[in-house]
Design a protein around this ligand. Structure first.
Ligand code: G3I
Length: 388
Protein backbone atom coordinates (compact mmCIF):
# COMPACT_ATOMS: atom_id res chain seq x y z
CA UNK A 1 0.00 0.00 0.00
CA UNK A 2 1.24 3.45 -0.79
CA UNK A 3 -0.75 5.40 1.72
CA UNK A 4 0.60 3.99 4.87
CA UNK A 5 -2.02 4.85 7.38
CA UNK A 6 -5.70 4.89 8.07
CA UNK A 7 -6.21 8.29 9.59
CA UNK A 8 -9.66 7.42 10.88
CA UNK A 9 -8.20 4.73 13.15
CA UNK A 10 -5.07 6.48 14.36
CA UNK A 11 -4.51 9.59 16.42
CA UNK A 12 -3.06 12.45 14.41
CA UNK A 13 0.35 12.26 16.08
CA UNK A 14 0.75 8.58 15.36
CA UNK A 15 -0.21 9.24 11.76
CA UNK A 16 2.45 11.92 11.45
CA UNK A 17 5.12 9.73 13.03
CA UNK A 18 4.24 6.73 10.90
CA UNK A 19 4.19 8.78 7.71
CA UNK A 20 7.55 10.35 8.57
CA UNK A 21 9.15 7.01 9.35
CA UNK A 22 7.98 5.60 6.03
CA UNK A 23 9.17 8.53 3.92
CA UNK A 24 10.29 7.46 0.51
CA UNK A 25 8.08 4.43 0.15
CA UNK A 26 4.96 6.33 -0.84
CA UNK A 27 3.18 9.67 -0.86
CA UNK A 28 3.95 11.59 2.28
CA UNK A 29 1.27 14.24 2.47
CA UNK A 30 -1.86 13.36 4.35
CA UNK A 31 -4.79 12.95 1.99
CA UNK A 32 -7.98 14.45 3.36
CA UNK A 33 -10.63 12.02 4.43
CA UNK A 34 -14.28 11.83 3.62
CA UNK A 35 -16.14 13.84 6.21
CA UNK A 36 -19.57 12.66 5.22
CA UNK A 37 -19.47 10.00 7.90
CA UNK A 38 -20.70 7.36 5.47
CA UNK A 39 -19.26 3.90 5.35
CA UNK A 40 -19.42 4.09 1.52
CA UNK A 41 -16.85 6.45 0.04
CA UNK A 42 -18.41 9.46 -1.65
CA UNK A 43 -15.23 10.83 -3.12
CA UNK A 44 -12.42 9.39 -5.18
CA UNK A 45 -9.79 10.45 -2.66
CA UNK A 46 -11.69 8.67 0.08
CA UNK A 47 -12.14 5.56 -2.03
CA UNK A 48 -8.40 5.26 -2.72
CA UNK A 49 -7.06 6.75 0.51
CA UNK A 50 -5.11 3.62 1.40
CA UNK A 51 -3.90 2.99 -2.14
CA UNK A 52 -2.56 5.92 -4.11
CA UNK A 53 -3.01 9.62 -4.66
CA UNK A 54 -5.77 10.47 -7.08
CA UNK A 55 -5.97 13.73 -8.96
CA UNK A 56 -6.66 15.85 -11.98
CA UNK A 57 -4.86 18.21 -14.33
CA UNK A 58 -6.02 21.80 -13.90
CA UNK A 59 -6.11 24.59 -16.45
CA UNK A 60 -5.31 28.25 -15.80
CA UNK A 61 -8.94 29.28 -15.30
CA UNK A 62 -9.47 26.67 -12.62
CA UNK A 63 -6.61 27.91 -10.45
CA UNK A 64 -7.24 31.60 -11.13
CA UNK A 65 -10.82 31.72 -9.90
CA UNK A 66 -12.55 31.64 -13.31
CA UNK A 67 -14.13 28.20 -12.86
CA UNK A 68 -15.21 27.93 -9.24
CA UNK A 69 -17.34 24.85 -9.87
CA UNK A 70 -14.33 22.96 -11.13
CA UNK A 71 -12.18 24.22 -8.27
CA UNK A 72 -14.74 23.04 -5.71
CA UNK A 73 -15.05 19.66 -7.37
CA UNK A 74 -11.27 19.25 -7.37
CA UNK A 75 -11.04 20.11 -3.66
CA UNK A 76 -13.80 17.66 -2.88
CA UNK A 77 -12.59 14.74 -4.98
CA UNK A 78 -8.82 14.84 -5.36
CA UNK A 79 -5.63 14.99 -3.30
CA UNK A 80 -3.13 15.64 -6.08
CA UNK A 81 -3.04 18.09 -8.99
CA UNK A 82 -1.06 18.52 -12.19
CA UNK A 83 -0.79 21.67 -14.32
CA UNK A 84 -2.26 21.03 -17.76
CA UNK A 85 -0.28 23.84 -19.43
CA UNK A 86 0.79 26.67 -17.12
CA UNK A 87 4.22 25.29 -16.21
CA UNK A 88 5.28 24.30 -19.72
CA UNK A 89 8.13 26.24 -21.30
CA UNK A 90 6.03 28.03 -23.94
CA UNK A 91 3.36 29.38 -21.61
CA UNK A 92 5.76 30.32 -18.81
CA UNK A 93 8.73 31.67 -20.82
CA UNK A 94 7.52 32.43 -24.35
CA UNK A 95 10.41 34.77 -25.24
CA UNK A 96 13.91 35.13 -23.83
CA UNK A 97 13.68 36.90 -20.50
CA UNK A 98 9.86 37.11 -20.61
CA UNK A 99 8.14 35.16 -17.88
CA UNK A 100 4.46 34.59 -17.22
CA UNK A 101 4.52 33.39 -13.63
CA UNK A 102 1.04 34.44 -12.56
CA UNK A 103 -0.89 31.31 -13.61
CA UNK A 104 1.88 29.01 -12.38
CA UNK A 105 2.04 30.80 -9.03
CA UNK A 106 -1.74 30.44 -8.71
CA UNK A 107 -1.46 26.74 -9.50
CA UNK A 108 1.17 26.12 -6.83
CA UNK A 109 -0.78 28.19 -4.29
CA UNK A 110 -3.90 26.14 -5.06
CA UNK A 111 -2.05 22.93 -4.29
CA UNK A 112 -0.48 24.30 -1.16
CA UNK A 113 -3.66 25.81 0.21
CA UNK A 114 -5.51 22.55 -0.25
CA UNK A 115 -2.72 20.31 1.03
CA UNK A 116 -2.43 18.49 -2.27
CA UNK A 117 0.48 16.56 -3.74
CA UNK A 118 1.48 19.13 -6.34
CA UNK A 119 3.06 17.97 -9.58
CA UNK A 120 5.16 20.04 -11.99
CA UNK A 121 4.69 19.37 -15.71
CA UNK A 122 7.04 19.62 -17.52
CA UNK A 123 10.62 20.90 -17.72
CA UNK A 124 11.94 19.44 -20.98
CA UNK A 125 9.60 18.57 -23.85
CA UNK A 126 9.78 18.90 -27.63
CA UNK A 127 6.26 20.34 -27.78
CA UNK A 128 5.13 23.71 -26.42
CA UNK A 129 8.82 24.62 -26.50
CA UNK A 130 9.25 28.00 -28.22
CA UNK A 131 11.45 28.15 -31.32
CA UNK A 132 13.89 30.59 -29.72
CA UNK A 133 15.22 27.86 -27.44
CA UNK A 134 16.67 26.04 -30.42
CA UNK A 135 17.96 29.05 -32.36
CA UNK A 136 21.53 30.24 -32.37
CA UNK A 137 23.07 33.35 -33.88
CA UNK A 138 22.28 34.33 -37.51
CA UNK A 139 19.38 31.91 -37.76
CA UNK A 140 21.67 28.92 -37.27
CA UNK A 141 20.55 26.09 -34.98
CA UNK A 142 21.72 26.55 -31.38
CA UNK A 143 24.93 24.80 -30.42
CA UNK A 144 24.90 21.99 -27.87
CA UNK A 145 26.44 24.28 -25.25
CA UNK A 146 23.91 27.04 -25.82
CA UNK A 147 21.02 24.63 -25.68
CA UNK A 148 22.21 22.92 -22.50
CA UNK A 149 22.85 26.29 -20.93
CA UNK A 150 19.29 27.37 -21.74
CA UNK A 151 17.99 24.14 -20.33
CA UNK A 152 19.96 24.54 -17.12
CA UNK A 153 18.83 28.13 -16.76
CA UNK A 154 15.21 27.17 -17.39
CA UNK A 155 15.23 24.37 -14.85
CA UNK A 156 17.03 26.53 -12.29
CA UNK A 157 14.53 29.34 -12.81
CA UNK A 158 11.33 27.30 -12.80
CA UNK A 159 12.06 24.35 -10.50
CA UNK A 160 14.10 26.71 -8.32
CA UNK A 161 11.25 29.20 -8.01
CA UNK A 162 8.96 26.48 -6.64
CA UNK A 163 11.60 24.62 -4.62
CA UNK A 164 9.97 22.82 -1.72
CA UNK A 165 6.50 23.61 -3.02
CA UNK A 166 6.25 21.27 -6.01
CA UNK A 167 6.36 17.68 -4.82
CA UNK A 168 7.31 15.94 -8.06
CA UNK A 169 8.44 17.08 -11.52
CA UNK A 170 7.95 15.52 -14.92
CA UNK A 171 11.54 16.37 -15.79
CA UNK A 172 11.58 14.94 -19.29
CA UNK A 173 8.42 14.34 -21.27
CA UNK A 174 7.97 12.13 -24.34
CA UNK A 175 11.60 11.58 -25.35
CA UNK A 176 10.84 8.24 -27.02
CA UNK A 177 9.40 7.24 -30.38
CA UNK A 178 6.76 4.52 -30.37
CA UNK A 179 9.37 1.95 -31.44
CA UNK A 180 11.35 2.66 -28.27
CA UNK A 181 14.14 4.59 -29.98
CA UNK A 182 14.99 8.14 -28.96
CA UNK A 183 12.61 10.73 -30.42
CA UNK A 184 14.34 12.72 -33.15
CA UNK A 185 13.57 15.99 -31.39
CA UNK A 186 15.67 19.13 -31.48
CA UNK A 187 16.79 18.27 -27.99
CA UNK A 188 18.30 15.05 -29.30
CA UNK A 189 19.68 16.32 -32.57
CA UNK A 190 21.20 19.54 -31.22
CA UNK A 191 22.23 18.56 -27.68
CA UNK A 192 22.79 14.80 -27.97
CA UNK A 193 21.37 11.84 -26.10
CA UNK A 194 22.71 12.94 -22.73
CA UNK A 195 20.27 15.87 -22.67
CA UNK A 196 18.08 13.61 -20.56
CA UNK A 197 20.65 12.96 -17.85
CA UNK A 198 21.57 16.64 -17.86
CA UNK A 199 17.92 17.55 -17.30
CA UNK A 200 17.68 15.21 -14.31
CA UNK A 201 20.94 16.52 -12.88
CA UNK A 202 19.88 20.15 -13.23
CA UNK A 203 16.49 19.38 -11.67
CA UNK A 204 18.10 17.59 -8.73
CA UNK A 205 20.20 20.67 -8.05
CA UNK A 206 17.29 23.08 -8.47
CA UNK A 207 15.09 21.19 -6.00
CA UNK A 208 16.92 18.42 -4.15
CA UNK A 209 13.81 17.22 -2.35
CA UNK A 210 11.34 17.01 -5.24
CA UNK A 211 10.62 13.65 -6.83
CA UNK A 212 11.82 13.52 -10.43
CA UNK A 213 10.01 11.58 -13.15
CA UNK A 214 10.24 10.44 -16.75
CA UNK A 215 6.80 10.74 -18.40
CA UNK A 216 5.55 9.39 -21.74
CA UNK A 217 2.51 8.11 -23.64
CA UNK A 218 1.77 4.69 -25.17
CA UNK A 219 4.10 3.03 -22.70
CA UNK A 220 1.89 -0.04 -22.94
CA UNK A 221 3.36 -0.73 -26.39
CA UNK A 222 5.99 -3.43 -25.85
CA UNK A 223 8.75 -1.68 -27.85
CA UNK A 224 8.14 1.64 -26.17
CA UNK A 225 7.91 -0.03 -22.75
CA UNK A 226 11.32 -1.61 -23.41
CA UNK A 227 12.66 1.75 -24.55
CA UNK A 228 11.53 3.40 -21.32
CA UNK A 229 13.05 0.59 -19.26
CA UNK A 230 16.36 1.00 -21.14
CA UNK A 231 16.26 4.75 -20.72
CA UNK A 232 15.51 4.80 -17.01
CA UNK A 233 17.79 1.85 -16.22
CA UNK A 234 20.58 3.66 -18.05
CA UNK A 235 20.08 6.71 -15.87
CA UNK A 236 19.88 4.69 -12.67
CA UNK A 237 23.03 2.75 -13.62
CA UNK A 238 24.86 6.05 -14.00
CA UNK A 239 23.81 7.02 -10.50
CA UNK A 240 21.22 9.53 -11.67
CA UNK A 241 18.25 9.37 -9.37
CA UNK A 242 14.93 8.91 -11.11
CA UNK A 243 12.05 8.58 -8.68
CA UNK A 244 9.32 7.43 -10.97
CA UNK A 245 7.92 6.73 -14.39
CA UNK A 246 4.69 8.37 -15.47
CA UNK A 247 2.58 6.36 -17.83
CA UNK A 248 0.28 8.79 -19.58
CA UNK A 249 -3.07 7.04 -19.65
CA UNK A 250 -4.51 8.37 -22.89
CA UNK A 251 -6.47 5.22 -23.56
CA UNK A 252 -9.24 4.23 -25.94
CA UNK A 253 -12.39 2.28 -25.23
CA UNK A 254 -10.86 -0.90 -26.65
CA UNK A 255 -7.11 -0.34 -26.44
CA UNK A 256 -4.74 -1.04 -24.84
CA UNK A 257 -5.59 -4.36 -23.25
CA UNK A 258 -5.50 -4.65 -19.47
CA UNK A 259 -2.63 -7.13 -19.88
CA UNK A 260 -0.59 -4.59 -21.84
CA UNK A 261 -1.01 -1.95 -19.15
CA UNK A 262 -0.23 -4.50 -16.46
CA UNK A 263 2.99 -5.59 -18.18
CA UNK A 264 4.22 -1.99 -18.11
CA UNK A 265 3.30 -1.45 -14.46
CA UNK A 266 5.27 -4.57 -13.59
CA UNK A 267 8.25 -3.75 -15.81
CA UNK A 268 8.62 -0.23 -14.39
CA UNK A 269 8.10 -1.31 -10.78
CA UNK A 270 10.86 -3.90 -11.28
CA UNK A 271 13.28 -1.02 -11.80
CA UNK A 272 12.59 0.04 -8.23
CA UNK A 273 10.90 3.32 -9.17
CA UNK A 274 7.41 4.59 -8.48
CA UNK A 275 4.82 3.97 -11.16
CA UNK A 276 2.28 6.69 -11.87
CA UNK A 277 -0.66 6.92 -14.23
CA UNK A 278 -0.28 10.55 -15.10
CA UNK A 279 -2.73 11.61 -17.79
CA UNK A 280 -5.75 9.36 -17.63
CA UNK A 281 -8.68 9.75 -20.02
CA UNK A 282 -10.66 7.40 -22.23
CA UNK A 283 -11.44 8.61 -25.71
CA UNK A 284 -14.80 7.47 -27.08
CA UNK A 285 -14.54 9.34 -30.36
CA UNK A 286 -13.18 7.92 -33.60
CA UNK A 287 -9.55 8.82 -34.28
CA UNK A 288 -9.30 9.55 -37.99
CA UNK A 289 -5.53 9.32 -38.00
CA UNK A 290 -4.78 6.65 -35.44
CA UNK A 291 -2.18 9.01 -34.04
CA UNK A 292 -1.12 9.38 -30.41
CA UNK A 293 0.70 12.32 -28.86
CA UNK A 294 -0.20 15.97 -28.57
CA UNK A 295 0.00 17.43 -32.07
CA UNK A 296 -3.30 18.55 -33.62
CA UNK A 297 -3.88 17.47 -37.19
CA UNK A 298 -5.14 20.74 -38.62
CA UNK A 299 -5.54 19.36 -42.11
CA UNK A 300 -8.28 16.95 -41.08
CA UNK A 301 -11.65 18.71 -41.15
CA UNK A 302 -14.35 17.69 -38.69
CA UNK A 303 -16.82 15.89 -40.91
CA UNK A 304 -19.78 13.60 -40.56
CA UNK A 305 -19.07 10.48 -38.65
CA UNK A 306 -16.23 11.94 -36.60
CA UNK A 307 -18.36 13.74 -34.01
CA UNK A 308 -21.01 11.12 -33.29
CA UNK A 309 -22.13 12.27 -29.82
CA UNK A 310 -22.60 16.00 -30.38
CA UNK A 311 -26.17 15.74 -29.06
CA UNK A 312 -25.37 13.52 -26.07
CA UNK A 313 -23.89 10.19 -25.13
CA UNK A 314 -26.15 7.16 -25.70
CA UNK A 315 -26.71 5.00 -22.62
CA UNK A 316 -25.07 2.00 -24.19
CA UNK A 317 -21.83 3.95 -24.74
CA UNK A 318 -22.01 5.41 -21.23
CA UNK A 319 -22.15 1.86 -19.90
CA UNK A 320 -19.16 0.86 -22.00
CA UNK A 321 -17.20 3.76 -20.58
CA UNK A 322 -18.09 2.70 -17.02
CA UNK A 323 -17.03 -0.87 -17.67
CA UNK A 324 -13.75 0.30 -19.20
CA UNK A 325 -12.98 2.55 -16.23
CA UNK A 326 -13.96 -0.26 -13.83
CA UNK A 327 -11.56 -2.69 -15.51
CA UNK A 328 -8.73 -0.18 -15.56
CA UNK A 329 -9.18 0.81 -11.93
CA UNK A 330 -9.45 -2.83 -10.87
CA UNK A 331 -5.97 -3.22 -12.36
CA UNK A 332 -4.64 -0.11 -10.62
CA UNK A 333 -6.11 -1.29 -7.34
CA UNK A 334 -4.53 -4.71 -7.79
CA UNK A 335 -1.15 -2.99 -8.21
CA UNK A 336 -1.61 -0.41 -5.48
CA UNK A 337 1.69 -1.51 -3.94
CA UNK A 338 3.46 -0.23 -7.08
CA UNK A 339 1.32 2.72 -8.12
CA UNK A 340 1.80 5.95 -6.19
CA UNK A 341 -0.59 8.23 -8.11
CA UNK A 342 -3.37 8.23 -10.68
CA UNK A 343 -4.17 11.58 -12.33
CA UNK A 344 -7.00 12.31 -14.76
CA UNK A 345 -6.05 14.68 -17.60
CA UNK A 346 -8.80 17.18 -16.90
CA UNK A 347 -11.69 17.59 -14.48
CA UNK A 348 -15.02 17.38 -16.35
CA UNK A 349 -15.78 16.39 -19.95
CA UNK A 350 -15.80 19.91 -21.36
CA UNK A 351 -12.32 20.63 -19.96
CA UNK A 352 -10.64 17.81 -21.85
CA UNK A 353 -8.09 18.41 -24.61
CA UNK A 354 -9.90 15.60 -26.45
CA UNK A 355 -12.63 18.05 -27.49
CA UNK A 356 -9.99 19.61 -29.73
CA UNK A 357 -7.67 16.77 -30.65
CA UNK A 358 -6.99 15.32 -33.16
CA UNK A 359 -9.57 17.62 -34.74
CA UNK A 360 -11.00 20.76 -33.18
CA UNK A 361 -14.57 21.36 -32.06
CA UNK A 362 -15.85 17.90 -31.20
CA UNK A 363 -17.91 16.80 -28.19
CA UNK A 364 -15.87 14.39 -26.12
CA UNK A 365 -16.75 12.37 -23.01
CA UNK A 366 -13.48 11.04 -21.62
CA UNK A 367 -13.73 12.04 -17.96
CA UNK A 368 -15.78 10.76 -15.01
CA UNK A 369 -17.56 14.09 -14.42
CA UNK A 370 -19.97 15.43 -17.02
CA UNK A 371 -20.45 18.94 -18.43
CA UNK A 372 -22.60 19.81 -15.41
CA UNK A 373 -19.82 18.73 -13.04
CA UNK A 374 -21.88 15.72 -12.03
CA UNK A 375 -20.42 12.23 -11.55
CA UNK A 376 -21.08 9.89 -14.46
CA UNK A 377 -21.84 6.19 -13.97
CA UNK A 378 -18.10 5.61 -14.41
CA UNK A 379 -17.56 7.38 -11.07
CA UNK A 380 -19.51 4.71 -9.16
CA UNK A 381 -17.78 1.99 -11.13
CA UNK A 382 -14.40 3.34 -10.07
CA UNK A 383 -15.39 3.67 -6.42
CA UNK A 384 -16.65 0.11 -6.56
CA UNK A 385 -13.33 -1.09 -7.99
CA UNK A 386 -11.56 0.36 -4.95
CA UNK A 387 -13.58 -1.81 -2.59
CA UNK A 388 -12.63 -5.15 -4.12
O1 G3I B 1 -3.70 29.67 -24.43
C1 G3I B 1 -3.81 29.76 -25.85
C2 G3I B 1 -4.76 30.83 -26.21
O2 G3I B 1 -4.25 32.07 -25.80
C3 G3I B 1 -4.98 30.80 -27.73
O3 G3I B 1 -5.92 31.74 -28.10
C4 G3I B 1 -5.44 29.43 -28.19
C5 G3I B 1 -5.59 29.32 -29.69
O4 G3I B 1 -5.25 28.05 -30.18
O5 G3I B 1 -4.47 28.49 -27.79
C6 G3I B 1 -4.29 28.43 -26.39
O6 G3I B 1 -3.29 27.51 -26.12
C7 G3I B 1 -3.64 26.14 -26.27
C8 G3I B 1 -3.40 25.46 -24.93
O7 G3I B 1 -3.59 24.09 -25.06
C9 G3I B 1 -4.33 26.00 -23.83
O8 G3I B 1 -5.65 25.74 -24.15
C10 G3I B 1 -2.76 25.54 -27.33
O9 G3I B 1 -3.09 26.09 -28.60
C11 G3I B 1 -2.93 24.04 -27.36
O10 G3I B 1 -1.98 23.47 -28.25
C12 G3I B 1 -2.70 23.49 -25.97
O11 G3I B 1 -2.91 22.11 -26.00
C13 G3I B 1 -2.36 21.39 -24.92
C14 G3I B 1 -1.39 20.35 -25.45
O12 G3I B 1 -0.91 19.56 -24.39
C15 G3I B 1 -0.21 21.03 -26.14
O13 G3I B 1 0.58 20.20 -26.77
C16 G3I B 1 -3.49 20.72 -24.17
O14 G3I B 1 -4.31 21.71 -23.54
C17 G3I B 1 -2.93 19.77 -23.10
O15 G3I B 1 -3.97 19.03 -22.56
C18 G3I B 1 -1.93 18.82 -23.74
O16 G3I B 1 -1.38 18.03 -22.73
C19 G3I B 1 -0.46 17.02 -23.16
C20 G3I B 1 0.54 16.82 -22.04
O17 G3I B 1 1.13 18.04 -21.70
C21 G3I B 1 1.60 15.80 -22.46
N1 G3I B 1 0.98 14.56 -22.90
C22 G3I B 1 -0.04 14.69 -23.90
C23 G3I B 1 -1.13 15.66 -23.44
C24 G3I B 1 -2.26 15.73 -24.42
O18 G3I B 1 -1.84 16.28 -25.61
Amino acid sequence: MNLLYKKSFLPALAVALLAASCAGSGPEKTPEQNTAGNSQPTTLKEAFKDDFYIGAALNAGQVMGRDEKAAELVKEQFNTISPENVLKWGPINPRPGVYNFEPADAYVEFGEKNNMFTVGHTLVWHSQAPDWIFEGANGQPASRDTLLQRMENHIKTIAGRYEGRIDGWDVVNEALEDDGSMRKSKWLTLAGEDFIEKAFQYARVADPEAELYYNDYSLWKPEKRDGAVRLVKGLLDKGIKVDGIGMQGHYGIDYPTIDQIEASIEAFAALGVKVMVTELDIDLLPNPTGRQGADIVHTVEAREGFNPYAEGLPDSVQQKLSKRYADIFALFHKHRDKISRVTFWGVADHHSWLNNWPMPGRTSYPMVFDRNYQPKPAFEAIVEAASK
